[in-house]
Design a protein around this ligand. Structure first.
Ligand SMILES: O=c1ccn([C@H]2C[C@H](O)[C@@H](CO)O2)c(=O)[nH]1
Ligand SMILES: [Zn+2]
Length: 128
């Protein structure tokens, strides 16, 4: 699956967004090294900090299906520029060594970055 197709999966999952508090819908999709794809959306809660971002939903879906090796993650939202992942999601991406992050918006802007670029000096298992 190429980047454009992965973005389209993320776009589809964005529609499942449960975001009655922020009204900010986000979709994500991960591509595993086995070639499987898992989509996710943000899931909010009346206790706001319990909210799970779209990226972590997609990553946790993959991992809970036995996947460990993730090739890439795409995320999409209705943002001015390509949607950037939050710090918590960057840390979780680091845990599973996801190096290719495909940021997109509804208008079709796309920016591909590495984890190293968005999370320099990461705290990892090597620090323990
Ligand atoms: O990269 C991001 C940024 C924000 N959100 C969600 C969290 C919350 O539900 C809403 C507003 O922050 O968007 C994501 O899912 N991913
Ligand atoms: Zn996040």
């Amino acid at each position: 699956m190429n980047d454009k197709e992965l973005i389209e999966v993320a776009r589809k999952y964005r529609e499942f967004s449960y975001s009655p508090y922020s009204n900010f819908k986000v979709g994500a999709a991960v591509l595993t090294k086995k070639g499987n794809v898992y989509g996710g959306c943000n899931v909010e809660n009346s206790s706001y900090p319990l909210t799970n971002c779209a990226e972590r939903t997609a990553i946790f879906k993959a991992v809970s299906e036995g996947e460990r090796e993730i090739e890439a993650i795409a995320l999409i939202a209705d943002t001015e520029g390509p949607c950037s992942p939050c710090g918590a999601c960057r840390q979780v991406m680091g845990e599973f060594h996801i190096n290719r992050i495909i940021m997109a918006n509804l208008k079709g802007d796309v920016k591909v970055v590495t984890l190293e670029e968005v999370l320099p000096f990461a705290f990892t298992e090597k620090d323990l």
